[in-house]
Write a protein that binds this ligand. Structure first.
Ligand SMILES: NC(=O)c1ccc[n+]([C@@H]2O[C@H](COP(=O)([O-])OP(=O)(O)OC[C@H]3O[C@@H](n4cnc5c(N)ncnc54)[C@H](O)[C@@H]3O)[C@@H](O)[C@H]2O)c1
Length: 251
C-alpha cells in the first residue's frame, strides 16, 4: 500500500479526474478528504470509498473563496489530524473568444483555477510545516500550461500560472521537505470535455494530435498523481508531468 496511513485532501473530488484520484489513492491506503463544491457529488465519492472499506469524508469547499478553504482545511484537520498530500484538482473551463471575455468571466475562472490552488496550497503547507510533515502538493495544470488553445485564453492564463506557481512554491517549500509538482493532462474524457468530444469531428481532430492514438482517462491522470504523492518521487519537485499521450511533443 503506497499511501498507507497518509491523509490526502483533494479538491473537486466529486467528479472526473478528482474522483478517480480519490478512489485510486484510497485503494492504495490513503484516507481521503473529499473537498467539493457540489455536496451530492462529494458525498457520492466518499461513500464509494467507504463501500470498498476505505476511509473518507466529504468536506464542503468552494476553492474560489479563501474563507471556504480555511474552513475546509480546518475540518479535515479535525477529522484526520493531519494532511500529508494535497491535490489541487478543482478547475473549470469555459470556451469564449479572447475579445469577448468580460471581467466576470476572467474573475470566475481565475478565482477557481489559480487563486483556489494558490491558497489551498498555502493553507495546507502551513499545517504540514506546523506538524513537521514532509508532504506532497500536486497542482493540476493542463496541456494549456504549455500550449495556447483558441477560445480559452483565460483558461490558458490560469494553467500557465499554475505552472509557474508550482515552481515558486517548490522553491520556497523545499527547505521544509515539502515537494510541489504539477500534472498536465491532455484530452481526458470527463464531464468537462464530454459534450465537446461527443461531436465526431472534434473527437477525430483531437485524436489526430495524440501520438498514442487514444483519449486519456481519469485513471491515466490518477496514476501520475500516485507517483507524485508517493515516496517514489522523493527527489522530484517543481516539475510538470505531461499525461497527454504525447500531444505536446510535435506536429
Ligand atoms: N478533462 C480534461 O481533459 C482536462 C485536461 C487538462 C486539465 N484538466 C484539469 O483537471 C482538473 C479536473 O478536471 P475534470 O475534467 O475532472 O473536471 P470535471 O468538471 O469533470 O470535475 C471538476 C470537479 O471540480 C468541482 N469544482 C468546480 N468548481 C469548484 C470549486 N470552486 N470548488 C470546489 N470544487 C469545484 C466540480 O463540481 C467537479 O466535481 C481541472 O483542474 C481541469 O482544468 C482537465
Amino acid at each position: 500500500m503506497r499511501l498507507q496511513d497518509k491523509v490526502v485532501f483533494i479538491t473537486g473530488a466529486g467528479a472526473g479526474i478528482g474522483q478517480a484520484i480519490a478512489l485510486y489513492f484510497a485503494q492504495h491506503g490513503a484516507k481521503v478528504a473529499v473537498a467539493e463544491i457540489v455536496e451530492e457529488r462529494g458525498r457520492e465519492t466518499a461513500s464509494m470509498i467507504e463501500q470498498k472499506g476505505g476511509e473518507a469524508s466529504f468536506i464542503e469547499a468552494d476553492v474560489s473563496s479563501v474563507g471556504s478553504i480555511e474552513q475546509a482545511i480546518a475540518q479535515a484537520m479535525e477529522r484526520f489530524g493531519k494532511i500529508d498530500i494535497l491535490v489541487n484538482n478543482a478547475g473549470i473551463l469555459e470556451y469564449r473568444p479572447f475579445l469577448n471575455i468580460l471581467e466576470k468571466n476572467w474573475d470566475r475562472l481565475i478565482n477557481v483555477n489559480l487563486k483556489g490552488s494558490f491558497f489551498c496550497a498555502q493553507l495546507a503547507a502551513k499545517e504540514m510545516i506546523r506538524l513537521g510533515i514532509k508532504g506532497s502538493i500536486i497542482n493540476m495544470g493542463s496541456i494549456a500550461s504549455e500550449l495556447a488553445i483558441e477560445f480559452q485564453s483565460h483558461y490558458v492564463a490560469s494553467k500557465g500560472g499554475v505552472r509557474m506557481m508550482t515552481k515558486s512554491m517548490a522553491l520556497e517549500l523545499a527547505p521544509y521537505g515539502i515537494r510541489v509538482n504539477a500534472i498536465a493532462p491532455g484530452v481526458i474524457l470527463t464531464d468537462m470535455t464530454k459534450e465537446d468530444l461527443e461531436e465526431a469531428t472534434v473527437r477525430e481532430e483531437a485524436l489526430k494530435k495524440i501520438p498514442l492514438g487514444r483519449l486519456g482517462t481519469p485513471l491515466d491522470v490518477a496514476r501520475a498523481a500516485l507517483f507524485l504523492a508517493s515516496e517514489e518521487s522523493d527527489y522530484i519537485t517543481g516539475s510538470l508531468i505531461f499525461v497527454t499521450g504525447g500531444f505536446e511533443i510535435g506536429a
